[in-house]
Design a protein around this ligand. Structure first.
Ligand code: MN
Length: 744
């Protein structure tokens, strides 16, 4: 092997400078870090000889790059050696015992850990999922550096991903986004996380990635000029105050971060990227706060944006002061203020300890007392008690991926979704067509409604039907913008006629049938459409129909047009230019108050106890000029109110000759035996009594009664009592109660 070293100029790959130096200066049989590193390289070089990567490069380039990444992170000799050797056991006849003989137990442990890890296929069958992850965490707990070696391996593979076939590229990129980038995040290794995310972005959404790249390049000059001005001022002020800064600069934002923010906050590129960001690195904690004082003295701080992660570090140990101020051009500038050590922790996470703590500290094994990564320990503690794979998966995923929801397809592929995502988000994530044809879903083999929120570890199966299509109310519970956009798109495209008809119906209901058709064709109607930013009345109707514009907005515009016409004609009745039909008046407000005692006063029914006619009520003068709030007597919220704010009120008798009686919203909760169809039975019973159900929500849990929340519109107490009697009669019903803060 020494022969190889002596003739190092003959290596068929470019060696990085550090390795080159190491090879020249090392002495034989050296057990120092440098010695181990050199021997590991030579060993790997020999064994990988003749192997070629997909890129055409000699295989050795890959372990060399991985070792380099680990060196940059501050890894010791054993870690860097593991970087060289990580593919040896897998690809050659060398055994793990031989590695221990040639090197030492530490190197063996790392190489063994990484070799085991590479056998995991994180998108494999469901049954093996729990086992895979369990083994991964076991490996991590034995030596967390194993994961760091694996992350370096993955990072270099991602950097060279372009050489693989398209299919494989996507799979690896998805796995990187789902598993490895979150892992890097949890270990606090920011620089790995950002690069992994950007590379996954590049291969998973190439179109958007290129777009972001172009946008960033286009705006760079402009942004840098603005930043330079602010940094110049701050530099002068810091120097004046005698604060020694080691760095003050605009900080680059990574592409996927910008993209995610745009998606999450539904904002334009300009709004996100123009948020110039500056980082100030100083020497001590105290200087961080002093620098902050200077920043806030020089520029106006934006309220609500200051965060003290020094006093309250993030779970992955990230520390910094965050604030945002108004810059010179009136645009916001974000600032991070931190010490050098904090900066290293932000970049290197757990590895920062290796890089910057004194030499000889024990990196091996996690010392249970001092190790701060408690989340990891929690994952492994008690894992033997959790025999149920599903249960284990749930606990693991809740811990590791707290930021996202991770669920599985029936085939065991991992899908990451935003917190709060529902089955419909899942369906659209699988494929647009799966979303569009979705008609039901099973979670963990139970039928669920489409608005069911997903939990970590759920196995989700989407049921499709060729005649199914999206429904507008999906927009109420879709969480991801991707799903929302696709639902809207589908509606816009394929349902214009239906939307127009729906919009027409909705408007007709509000405005009355008389003269409606001619109103639609009238000049004022065109004006209304234009006021709502639509070219034609048809466009407006379509927009009303699929919910892009609210009925209220149209009615408000209509009143404006109506009033304008009125002042011109100075008459109650407008004669339309084309017809002589009378324009229906805007819908009337409730003509007569149903409540006695509040004449001429603004009042509203309290949401906490939802009073209905037939019940004893009491008025409360609200503190913020919102008039009188009507509560049920006995409502807990009234108990603490001083006597001088109480107003005696009562229900006026209902005049049954006056058309449709008014109804009041009431929430009830039903406990029922969890059986398919129980909700349907309840709803059909209510509809027999012509009771409108505003909303219905069912919660089920294994072996527990189903909890059904219903929002009903009821006339009065009598009708409410009827509902109770009817529901209680049903066989599967355990209990029904009214929701509200009243002791009954
Ligand atoms: Mn590798």
């Amino acid at each position: 092997m020494n022969v190889v070293v002596a003739s190092h100029t003959s290596f068929d790959c470019d060696l990085p400078e550090w390795l080159h130096k190491c090879l020249i200066t090392k002495s034989d049989n050296d057990s120092s870090d440098a010695g181990i590193i050199c021997r590991a390289f030579e060993f790997a070089y020999k064994l990988h000889a003749g192997q070629v990567r997909k890129s055409g490069e000699p295989y050795i380039c890959h372990p060399v790059a991985v070792a380099g990444l680990l060196r940059d992170l501050g890894g010791n000799g054993a870690m860097i050696a593991a970087g060289f050797l990580h593919d040896i056991v897998e690809d050659t006849d060398i055994t793990i015992e031989q590695i221990e003989q040639i090197f030492n137990p530490e190197v063996r442990q790392l190489v063994e850990g990484v070799t085991k890890l590479s056998k995991f296929n994180f998108s494999s069958k469901t049954e093996s999922q729990a086992e895979n992850i369990r083994r991964m965490f076991l490996a991590m707990v034995q030596d967390i550096r194993v994961i760091v070696v694996k992350l370096a391996d993955r990072l270099h593979n991602m950097r060279t991903l372009e050489h693989l076939a398209d299919e494989k590229r996507r799979r690896i990129a998805q796995e990187t986004r789902d598993i490895f980038a979150p892992l890097a995040h949890r270990l606090g290794i920011g620089r790995f996380k950002w690069e992994l995310e950007d590379l996954a972005f590049k291969y998973l959404e190439p179109e958007s990635y290129r777009q972001m790249q172009d946008l960033v390049a286009e705006k760079r000059g402009d942004r840098e000029t603005r930043l330079a001005k602010v940094t110049e001022v701050l530099k002068a002020r810091l120097e004046q105050a005698g604060i020694e800064y080691s760095d003050i600069s605009g900080r680059p934002k990574h592409l996927y971060g910008i993209y995610q923010k745009m998606q999450r906050q539904q904002k334009e590129f300009r709004e996100i990227y123009d948020l110039a960001a500056i980082r100030i690195v100083v020497q001590t904690n105290e200087e961080c706060y002093r620098a902050l004082a200077i920043v806030h003295d020089e520029f106006k701080p934006i309220p609500g944006r200051f965060k003290d992660y020094i006093g309250l570090p993030k779970p992955n140990h990230y520390q910094s002061l965050h604030t945002a101020v108004v810059g010179f051009t009136g645009r916001p500038v974000e600032l991070q203020i931190r010490t050098i050590e904090m900066h290293h922790i932000a970049e290197y996470g757990i590895a920062a300890h290796w890089k910057y703590k004194e030499k000889g500290s024990n990196y091996n094994q996690m010392a249970p007392g001092e190790e701060k990564f408690t989340w990891l320990r929690q994952l492994v503690e008690g894992q033997n008690d959790l025999k149920d794979a599903q249960e284990y998966l749930e606990s693991v995923k809740d811990n590791l991926f707290a930021d996202d929801v991770y669920v599985f397809t029936p085939k065991g592929d991992v899908i990451a979704l935003n917190p709060g995502a529902t089955t419909i988000d899942f369906a659209y994530r699988i494929h647009t067509e799966v979303g569009n044809r979705c008609c039901g879903a099973r979670i963990n083999e139970r039928m669920v409604t489409l608005d069911t929120k997903l939990k970590n570890g759920d196995i989700v199966e989407i049921i499709t039907h060729k005649n199914s299509h999206p429904s507008l109310d999906w927009l109420n519970f879709a969480r991801t913008s991707a799903a929302k956009n696709r639902i809207r798109q589908w509606y816009k495209r394929s349902h214009r006629d239906e939307n127009i008809a729906r919009g027409r119906d909705m408007l007709e209901k509000e405005m009355g049938k008389t003269g409606f058709e001619s109103l639609l064709k009238s000049e004022p109607m065109t004006q209304i459409a234009q006021k709502c930013n639509y070219h034609s009345v048809e466009d407006l109707l379509a927009a009303v129909g699929y919910g892009e514009v609210t009925l209220n907005l149209v009615l408000n515009r209509w009143r404006e047009v109506f009033k304008a016409q009125q002042s011109v004609n100075n008459t109650e009745i407008i004669t339309l230019p084309t017809t002589s039909t009378r324009v229906p008046l805007p819908p009337k407000r409730i003509s007569e108050s149903p409540i006695a005692g509040v004449e001429g006063l603004l009042y509203h029914l309290a949401g906490c106890c939802s009073p209905i006619p037939g019940e004893a009520i009491i008025g409360v003068v609200t503190l913020r000029n919102r008039g009188i709030s009507i509560h049920r007597q006995g409502c807990q919220n009234v108990e603490s109110v001083e006597g001088d704010r109480l107003v005696p009120v009562s229900w006026n008798p209902v005049d049954s000759n006056k058309g449709r009686p008014q109804t009041y919203p009431i929430d009830v909760q039903i406990e029922a035996i969890d059986r398919v169809g129980v909700l349907k039975d309840i709803l059909s019973r209510l509809s027999d009594y012509s009771i409108n159900v505003r909303n219905a929500n069912v919660k089920t849990a294994n072996g527990q009664p189903a909890i059904i929340d219903l929002g009903l519109d009821l006339r009065d107490r009598l009708q409410l009592e009827q509902v109770f009697v009817q529901i209680k009669k049903m066989s599967d019903i355990l209990n029904i109660r009214r929701v509200g803060q009243v002791e009954e």
